[in-house]
Design a protein around this ligand. Structure first.
Ligand code: ADP
Ligand code: MG
Length: 376
């Protein structure tokens, strides 16, 4: 990828620039916990965005997207973002950096990537954090704090792309470190690295290739249920609630509210349990917790779907160590922790049975926990 970018940069702009990269991410466990003030456990992966960039002075930005084969120019002072979606991310990052009082001047860039788009691996965060990191290095001597780089990406999604996302994706691609997952406390934004060296296991995602669009935003309704239960318990978010406290008010809650809260409170503990297990190198416990999360998301939180449950069941039957739906729900990927000796038969079975049932094969993404944003 680097050679190809370098060739195109030379052809389009002449000479060469500096290479930067950032990564997509997975989240091992901790789902629907962010807006409940809880924990997530993401890691950057070996699927990246890579850019070659050179400052040219002035206020004109010239960028070529190798994968989409489009070229865009914009002025840093222009009000209107480009029409091309991919260029809006770059325009937004520039503007958000300037808005915070840091510097961006004109530059040339060529970029490419291999984070699958829209598969739940956050290719957009990889793109934002690659450019945020690069522009910090080139124009600000690295003075923008790392967390600010993540916020710049998040604000880009909010203000230029209409995506009202949390901070996890950008956090993971900025802070990612090879062989480490990061437990992020979504309330305090404190974080801690946990070594992830699953020797004898592989991490693999199966993309169901379905995304069910549900009418009345199920996401907002989940949020509201959680807020109602938190109010009933007299806590700010369910982060501060215990299972005992929940059980004590069970008769005041609808069955649905009770189950939603039971999932969230259980999930907070599961993230902590997984971190303990990682400390012991106990990947069997990690896997068991992933299945528990899946069951909670499927039955209590009700954000799974038939296709994803189908893939999860195949994982169980094939002796996969851990498997769960990853992401907001109603489709997308399962994330699977698989022993090497179970891998081939799991993938073969999933491809065959899913195809027989739904007429398509799941897309398979092997991932390795890798470094996040950096200069090459
Ligand atoms: P994801 O879940 O992968 O983040 P999004 O819809 O949020 O999905 O972001 C995908 C968008 O990010 C693409 O439509 C495109 O605009 C941009 N993008 C990601 N990767 C690339 C790439 N390699 N080249 C050009 N644009 C990219
Ligand atoms: Mg995205």
């Amino acid at each position: 990828m680097q050679n190809q970018i370098a060739q195109v940069f030379k052809d389009k702009f002449g000479g060469c620039g500096t290479f930067y990269t950032s990564a997509g991410r997975i989240n091992l466990i901790g789902e629907h916990t962010d807006y409940n003030g809880g924990f997530v456990l993401p890691g950057a992966i070996d699927k990246v965005i890579m850019a070659e960039i050179r400052a040219i002075g002035g206020d004109k930005v010239r960028v070529y997207s190798l994968d989409i084969d489009e070229y865009v120019e914009f002025g840093l002072g222009e009000d209107d973002a480009p029409d091309e979606q991919w260029a809006r991310y770059i325009f937004g990052v520039c503007r958000e950096i300037i808005k915070r009082g840091y510097k961006v001047e004109g530059f040339d860039a060529v970029f490419a990537g291999n984070v699958p788009l829209g598969a739940g691996l956050s290719s957009s965060a990889a793109l934002e954090s690659c450019f945020a990191f690069a522009l910090n290095d080139i124009f600000n001597a690295g003075r923008i704090p790392a967390f600010e780089l993540a916020f710049i990406g998040q604000s880009t999604e909010h203000n230029y792309c209409g995506v009202n996302c949390g901070i996890m994706d950008q956090f993971a691609s900025v802070f990612g470190r090879k062989g480490n997952l990061m437990r992020l406390d979504c309330r305090s934004l404190e974080y801690e690295y946990f070594p992830f060296h699953p020797e004898g296991y592989r991490l693999v995602l199966l993309d169901s290739r379905v995304k069910h669009e549900l009418k009345d935003s199920p996401y907002n309704r989940r949020r509201e249920s959680c807020e109602r239960v938190a109010r009933r318990l007299g806590v700010e978010t369910l982060r501060d609630a215990s299972m005992e406290a929940l059980d004590a008010v069970k008769s005041d809650l609808s069955d649905e509210e009770y189950r939603r809260a039971r999932y969230v409170i259980g999930e907070k503990q599961r993230v902590l349990d997984v971190c303990d297990a990682l400390g012991r190198g106990d990947y069997e416990t990690v896997g068991r917790k992933m299945y528990e999360t899946h069951d909670g998301l499927s039955h209590d939180y009700e954000v799974s779907c038939e296709e994803i449950d189908f893939l999860n069941n195949i994982a169980r039957r094939c002796g996969v160590t851990g498997s769960r739906i990853m992401g907001g729900g109603f489709g997308g990927c399962t994330i699977n922790l698989v022993r090497n000796d179970a891998y081939d038969s799991f993938i073969d079975t999933a491809r065959r049975e899913y195809h027989t049932r739904y007429g398509i094969e799941p897309t398979v993404y092997d991932v390795v926990i890798s470094d996040g944003a950096r200069k090459l």
